[in-house]
Design a protein around this ligand. Structure first.
Ligand SMILES: NC(=O)CCC(=O)C(=O)O
Length: 282
């Protein structure tokens, strides 16, 4: 049995990328110091700001982004896979990409993933989000080979779309990811259930680094970064919403073991879609 040590860095990113870089680098170093070969950071690692104008003032194109460039150097120095759960990056059409990067141990970019599902919701507590007004949604699911295990990339709200995770499992991913900036309200109700369900239904590890606490822009995120095994057992969890890091050892062979024991992937069948009953409504 050869174990692979993974880590989640939990952050409380604010509006200034330079300050967020200092906080991120320190915790990435701490995780690597604890022996992690793969370190994940949350959605919007480089900055969390609500105002579109403020966002546009502070971000750059991928090729000029100092935050990304510095963390590529750090990953190379530490010899780790560094998964930046997402950065806000200026896209070609003037909109913003909510883009994850997986940096390989040599500092090269092994994978990029743009968040597919936009968080356009109105919550009961009055919180209203319209990501599609600012962000350009991605169109493509992406896997990346981490050596001992293949990872499928997703971001935050994507975790509510089980067919994306199914597609990753069918493509051979044994580690599913959904780095997040979950709202406190939805986190309290749904966070653990969603992460554990994606693990159980796909017989895969789920690793999700989270933003946590009250941010400079006033928003509150849930925290509770999680590492879940293919049986749905929580291997590691951040105690609450404070910045910090967690590590756990994962056993890539457990993916095949669990998929053999409960072969729901292999037992899946196609079926005809149900008709909509006359006069039926949701
Ligand atoms: N940033 C996000 O995608 C938030 C998703 C979220 O909070 C949820 O409940 O889903």
């Amino acid at each position: 049995m050869s174990l692979f040590r993974v880590a989640c860095v939990q952050l409380r990113s604010g509006r200034e990328p330079a300050a967020n870089l200092v906080a991120t680098e320190a915790l990435v170093r701490e995780a690597a110091g604890a022996g992690a070969a793969y370190v994940q950071t949350p959605e919007m690692t480089n900055l969390l700001v609500r105002s579109r104008a403020e966002l546009m003032e502070r971000i750059g194109r991928e090729e000029d982004d100092a935050f990304l460039a510095r963390l590529r150097e750090v990953a190379a120095e530490l010899g780790i896979f560094l998964h930046l759960g997402s950065l806000a990056i200026l896209a070609d059409d003037g909109r913003v990409a909510n883009r994850a990067f997986v940096i390989a141990p040599d500092g090269s970019i092994a994978a990029r993933y743009d968040k597919i599902h936009m968080f356009d919701v109105d919550l009961a507590n009055g919180e209203s989000w319209r990501e599609s007004a600012t962000y350009q949604p991605g169109e493509t699911a992406v896997t990346v080979d981490l050596g001992p295990i293949v990872a499928g990339l997703a971001i935050c709200y994507d975790v509510r779309f089980p067919h994306l995770f199914r597609a990753y499992a069918k493509a051979g991913a044994g580690l599913l990811t959904a780095p997040a900036a979950f709202t406190r309200q939805t986190g309290e109700a749904h966070w653990h259930l969603l992460q554990r369900t994606r693990a159980i239904e796909n017989g895969a590890y789920v690793v999700t680094a989270a933003q946590g606490g009250r941010h400079e822009d006033g928003r509150e995120t849930y925290g509770h970064s999680l590492i879940v095994d293919p049986w749905g057992k929580v291997l590691g969890e951040a105690a609450g919403d404070a910045p910090g890091m967690i590590v756990a050892d994962i056993d890539p062979e457990m993916v095949a073991t669990i998929r053999g024991r409960v072969p729901s992937l292999a037992n899946e069948r196609a079926f005809a879609a149900p008709g909509v009953p006359e006069g039926g409504s949701a």
